[in-house]
Every structure is written in structure tokens, then in C-alpha cells.
Ligand binder design. Structure first.
Ligand code: SAH
Length: 340
């Protein structure tokens, strides 16, 4: 049985029409699921008993359980470990900024991309998440913190563009008026660079933000740390990114994890500026999070700042990512691994 919260309002209409019900019921049910966060069909007091029963026979509402929470004493960051209905575990992070709250959510239980510096991929990918499960990461966080989430980044475990159609449904539901009603511009999707899927997403012409994990400026170096680079060259990736910008007008963010002695020299900055120069983009430098099973270490603050200034001198927009929750576990995927 599937979770009824994975359906868009249009899909709910189709389901109800097949039952011989009036399509306007779809909006009522959608609001029960995504606004009032009903945990069962029985709570839907303005829906007939008969219809509630029928829905209950055909669909489920499967809310995730909170297996563990770690709270930062420094900055209000909270890391959640959720247990899904089939026992799979996923991680999400609640982040507090001065003016808004942000949720970093996972798209898969684990990951198959095998990036060498990342903890999420160490055990591979158990499965992709359903739209309802991605929504639940946010809903459960709002319920627990009693706060409103204003922005969502799909930057937890998993490669979201491998499940692009589920991701699109998730975005449609999240931005729907009768539900959380988030704006597309408040959503960021991060990818390791699945070129055809970037083009597919571009053709949907959404106003979401796309972040691309680059991490190295030459194919040779990128292939050493990211297996996906063996499939698509940086030139192909950059073409797809330009296409995305053309179709959506949205500036792309390139993520670049600084790894001491590997990709943080003046030479690396020059190579990076060479591929990004003249593009309407932004570079987010992330001093690499040390992962116990991995051998990369982060450069010191001085070196990171030097790299940033180098890029700026080439006219590139660049920031160093502010670190939140440094006292509650390093890199993504580590809480899940520890727990198991
Ligand atoms: N699969 C997607 C999204 C998940 S990873 C992607 O690759 O973009 C989110 C970001 O965290 C990516 O940029 C990823 O490369 C980065 N990341 C993973 N492990 C990291 C680590 N140990 N230190 C710093 N960044 C890391």
C-alpha cells in the first residue's frame, strides 16, 4: 500500500473521481494531510465515514519515527535520525539562522555515488525515498521544534536526481497552496552532476536553486574522488549547467569541498576560475568534514581564506560555508552509521 501523502492534489482528484466522488474533496483531504498533518483518516471530520474507510482500505499514512535527536548547544542545530516504516534509517538536520530556519533532508537511505570523502556512501544505498518520506522529514522536524521551516535543502544522504520524478512530486506538494506552501525559490537541490537529469530538470523550468558538487577543477582530479566524473566530463557538466541557467534564469551554486593538499592550492584556484570564469554562478567552499573512515583533512582557516581570495581575484563570486552544529557530529551520514 502506498502513502497517500505522496500524491499531488491533481493525483488525489483522479483517485477520488475513480471513486465517484466530487473532485473538490481532493483539496479537503490534501489540507488534512499537509496542513493539519492528520495521522489517520479518522481525523478527517468533514469527510464522510464511508470515504474515510475506503481511503483507509487503499492507502496508508505512514509517519516516520524519531530514533534519535542530537542538539547543538552552540547554535540551535538539531540532527535527526528517523526510522522509516521498513526499518531504514535516514538523517536530517534542522538549522537556525538569524531570520529563518532551514531543513537539510535526505533523498535516499544511504547513497550509491561513492564519493571518496563522504560518509553517506560507505554502505551503499538501501533505497530511494518516497515523496511522503521527504515531506515527513520536514513535518516531523516542525512538530518537534515547534518552529516553521522556511527553506529546504536536499543535501542530506542520497543523490536526488536519481529519483527526479519523485523529487518533482515532493516539490509540487511542498509548494502547493493547500499544504506547506513554500516558494520554489526557498528550495535547493544538490547533485553530484547527473548530466541528463540536470537537463531534464531544466526543462521543467522551476525556480528552485540547483547546487552542483564539483570539488575538483580537472577531470583527472575529479575522477579520483567522484566516480560520477568517469561518466560525465566537466565540460559536459558545465554545458548542462549553462542549459539550466538558460532555461530557468537561476544562478547555479558550485560546491567545492576544500581538502588539504589535494584541491586547495593556487594552481587549483586558477583551474577552477578557468572553468567558471564568465559564468553567472556562485562557489560555496566547504572545508571538508573529516570522516573517520576517510583520509581527507580540511585546510586551516588561513589557507581556505587564501583560496577564496584567489578566486575573487579572478572575478568569481565565492563564500566559505559557515559551519553549524560542529559539536554534534561531523559529516553527513555519520549519525546513521554510528547508530547502526
Ligand atoms: N548527492 C548530492 C547531495 C548530497 S551531498 C550531491 O552530491 O550534491 C551534499 C553535499 O555535501 C555535496 O556537495 C557533497 O559533496 C558534500 N559532502 C559530502 N561529504 C562531505 C564531507 N565529508 N565534507 C564536506 N562536504 C561533503
Amino acid at each position: 500500500m502506498s502513502d497517500i501523502r505522496s500524491y499531488t492534489i491533481e493525483e488525489l482528484k483522479t483517485i477520488l473521481e475513480a471513486y465517484g466522488e466530487k473532485p473538490y474533496r481532493a483539496a479537503q483531504i490534501f489540507s488534512w494531510l499537509h496542513e493539519k498533518k492528520a495521522a489517520s483518516f479518522d481525523e478527517m471530520s468533514d469527510i464522510s465515514k464511508q470515504l474515510r474507510k475506503r481511503l483507509g482500505n487503499d492507502y496508508e499514512i505512514r509517519r516516520c519515527g524519531i530514533a534519535r535527536v542530537q542538539s547543538s548547544k552552540k547554535d540551535g542545530t538539531k540532527k535527526y535520525l528517523y526510522e522509516l516504516h521498513d526499518g531504514n534509517l535516514i538523517e536530517s538536520v534542522f538549522m537556525k539562522y538569524r531570520e529563518w530556519n532551514s531543513a537539510c533532508i535526505s533523498s535516499q537511505a544511504g547513497c550509491d555515488m561513492g564519493c571518496r570523502f563522504c560518509a553517506s556512501g560507505i554502505d551503499g544505498c538501501a533505497r530511494s525515498l518516497e515523496p511522503s518520506e521527504m515531506l515527513d522529514e520536514i513535518y516531523a522536524m516542525e512538530e518537534d521544534t515547534k518552529e516553521t521551516i522556511n527553506s529546504v535543502v536536499v543535501m542530506g544522504s542520497g543523490e536526488p536526481l536519481l529519483l527526479v520524478d519523485e523529487l518533482l512530486k515532493f516539490i509540487e506538494i511542498l509548494t502547493c497552496k493547500g499544504g506547506k506552501n513554500l516558494s520554489q525559490r526557498s528550495i535547493t537541490v544538490s547533485t553530484c552532476g547527473i548530466v541528463p537529469k540536470i537537463r531534464y530538470l531544466a526543462d521543467r523550468r522551476l525556480q528552485i536553486n540547483l547546487a552542483v558538487s564539483l570539488h575538483a577543477a580537472t577531470d583527472e582530479k575529479r575522477r579520483e574522488i567522484m566516480p560520477i566524473a568517469k561518466r560525465y566530463s566537466i565540460a559536459e557538466l558545465m554545458d548542462a549547467c549553462s542549459y539550466y541557467f538558460e532555461k530557468t534564469g537561476r544562478r547555479i551554486t558550485f560546491e567545492y569541498a576544500l581538502m588539504d593538499g589535494f584541491n586547495d592550492t593556487d594552481e587549483d584556484a586558477r583551474a577552477l576560475a578557468l572553468i567558471l570564469g564568465g559564468k553567472n554562478c556562485h562557489v560555496n567552499l566547504i572545508p571538508v568534514n573529516p570522516v573517520k573512515e576517510r583520509d581527507f583533512i580540511r585546510p586551516d582557516g588561513e589557507k581556505a581564506r587564501r583560496f577564496k581570495v584567489r578566486l575573487e581575484n579572478f572575478g568569481i563570486n565565492v563564500t566559505i560555508r559557515r559551519e553549524l552544529g560542529s559539536d554534534i557530529d561531523g559529516a553527513c551520514g555519520q549519525l546513521r552509521r554510528k547508530y547502526r
